[in-house]
Write a protein that binds this ligand. Structure first.
Ligand code: PEP
Ligand code: MN
Length: 364
């Protein structure tokens, strides 16, 4: 089902057509020189927009909070010198007002702000009658409805040039990723809002520089329209997000390494081959669904049996054993144990629901 949000296709924004839509620049604007040197370093590459945070939504109050309003002029001057439009994060109407006065070209709403409908509505209200593109990052929680709500609020205020930025979702402790990508959520977002351009922000997904290239390539493979990447002329000295920023030279290498994919090719042999693969997948999917249906039938029988014997549906020891043995089988078959664990968590939840549902039916 497509959601009723009217989006201007990125191709019709009147911007120079490039391979990808790239937003690059430091996490924070820190000094006039830092943003100017970073912007000039980006000229050698296919960048569309220069980014820089002015008001920073830092987790802790004693961290650097951004240079504030004066940074808008530094950013705008740097953009002019590099012939690039500029973008700034806004979190409330006063930010919007200052950005509009300073001639900022594109606004973006950060992950913590998208999570708050009051803030998004206040920003949308302050944009009524204004024509400026807005990029919306995903909220820190994987709540797709909240995200869609943000696009609806902005759209109802008359903003039609909208971009989604996928920056991953918060985790309790960073391990491989600072923010988990959960790629299926932006895939669903794109299905629900057609024409919505989607950028990936690998910097905030990775939280470090080692996986940047592979996450960026993954986004390209998933047909993202472009990337937002944090670039700083001197990353080690950065006042925010120092571990994840790269130099302009590293950035040029990263973008150069990306290998864009086609959605299809016009070749009969390729089409036939693909159709053979897809037929196999379709048959396997039918078998998976049939087996799941059989599994749920047994769950309902077990539910009735447990009830007759006054035994609880949830059996912690049995569940531990199921998880342990299924993830072991996954490893033996070269599948990711995390993947199988997630699937089994869903299956178990549905089995319990089926067991309890029979109980309700019996009482009706
Ligand atoms: C940022 O882009 O610097 C930022 C604060 O990002 P996010 O809102 O994704 O955390
Ligand atoms: Mn940042």
């Amino acid at each position: 089902m497509a959601i009723d949000v009217y989006i201007v296709n990125l191709k019709d924004w009147g911007l120079p057509q490039k391979k990808f839509f790239i937003v690059a620049g430091p996490c924070s604007v820190e000094t006039e020189e830092q943003i100017m040197e970073t912007a000039l370093g980006l000229r050698q590459c296919e960048v569309n927009v220069l980014r820089g945070g002015i008001w920073k939504p830092r987790t802790r109050p004693d961290s650097f909070q951004g240079v504030g309003e004066k940074g808008l002029t530094w950013l705008k001057n740097a953009g002019n010198a590099a012939h690039l439009p500029v973008t700034v994060e806004v979190a409330h109407p006063e930010h919007v007002e200052k950005c509009l006065q300073a001639g900022i070209d594109i606004l973006w709403i950060g992950a913590r702000t998208t999570a708050n409908p009051f803030s998004v509505q206040a920003i949308a209200d302050s944009l009524k009658g204004v024509s400026i593109p807005v990029m919306v990052k995903n909220p820190t929680t994987p709540d797709i409805e909240l995200r869609i709500g943000a696009f609806e609020r902005l759209n109802q205020a008359g903003i039609k040039k909208l971009i989604a930025v996928h920056r991953g979702f918060a985790v309790y402790k960073k391990n491989l990723f600072r923010n988990l990508p959960v790629w299926r959520i932006p895939i669903e977002l794109r299905r629900q809002i057609s024409d919505l351009p989607i950028l990936c922000d690998p910097s905030h997904i990775c939280g470090s520089t080692d996986l940047l290239q592979s996450v960026s390539q993954e986004a390209v493979d998933l047909l993202y329209d472009g990337l937002m990447i944090e670039v700083h002329v001197n990353p080690r000295q950065a006042l925010s997000d120092a571990q994840q920023q790269i130099t302009p030279a590293e950035f040029v290498r990263l973008i150069g390494s990306l290998n864009p994919k086609r959605i299809s090719i016009d070749n009969e042999e390729f089409r036939q081959h693909m159709s053979g693969f897809r037929q196999n997948l379709d048959e396997i999917d039918l078998r998976i669904i049939e087996l799941l249906a059989q599994r749920m039938d047994i769950a309902r029988e077990i539910g009735a049996f447990k009830r007759k014997n006054n035994v609880s549906s949830f059996q912690p020891d049995r569940w531990d054993e199921v998880l342990r043995s299924r993830t072991q089988t996954a490893i033996d078959r070269n599948l990711s144990p995390d993947f199988i664990q997630q699937i089994y968590e869903y299956i178990h939840e549905e089995s319990l629901r089926n067991q309890i549902e029979t109980e309700k039916d019996e009482h009706d």
